[in-house]
Design a protein around this ligand. Sequence first.
Ligand code: CP
Ligand code: NVA
Length: 308
Amino acid sequence: MTTPKHFLTMLDYDKEMIQALLEDAKQLKKELKEGTPHPHLKGKTLAMIFEKSSTRTRVSFEVGMLQLGGHALFLSSNEIQLGRGEPISDTAKVLSGYVDGIMIRTFGHSRIEELADQATIPVINGLTNEHHPCQVMADLLTIQEQKGTLEGLTASYIGDGFNNVAHSLIQGLCLMGMHVKVASPEGYEPDPAIMHEAEVIAGEQGGSLAFSHSAQTAIQDSDVVITDVWASMGNEAEKEQRLNDFQGFQVNQELTEHAKDDYIFLHCLPAHRGEEVTSEIIDGSHSVVFEEAENRLHAQKAILKKLL
Ligand code: CP
Ligand code: NVA
């Protein structure tokens, strides 16, 4: 596979390319910790468009560009003409004349596809309603660091199956040859098209993909336990309904008794403590959520270095 121009979903890249990016992320992390400068993107500029809130994505991309010798522009959609109805296609063409890459956090995935189609520069997905691939690059890096490998490990995702993090995890973990088990309440299952495609990929890579409506079934003997909020950005109006529908899907002490003794716990953050996960788990000895958050920086620097 030649390197695609953009990074919109985990399946834009093949397993070897993901592994190479993870190796580069580890190298950049090592150099940063040693204090070795690595200005691979000297003079390059990244436009960062945010149509939704962010802490990690905004800060890690901005700091990452700075550490690579480049510059990042924070563009809140409320403050640029995009928020007043300028077409995304015109925005893509205009920005292509000024900057070297665009990172965008937006709503429907078709918006980023249109942006990528119309831009002459690389576009990176900083989260859409359907995908969050930069998060999953950090998750893969974290799992590999903690467990020494990805292939053959069992990971369970418990919670909202029809969201960005779940979809990118299903794609990314299956691509890397892991055994992936997903549990969601009825009505919150992952996109069937994403499940079917990932199941085939998992088979090719020596992994597997299974779905269940039981959190206990999914978490059984897992090396890695992952969850995400029950109501994502944009689902706020359904919050009360979802709190009710997700009963039995909280990652807590009782549920994690069924995972392996040395399981690790991941959450993309922000977390709603007491809803999808208890404070006992997120602050407990199995949790690697802050290592995971830090790894957003290192994983994204490898992506920026490759694409810009
Ligand atoms: N995990 C993540 O994307 O966090 P932010 O919403 O803070 O960017
Ligand atoms: N699924 C969450 C992820 C936040 C980083 C959301 O979309 O709000």
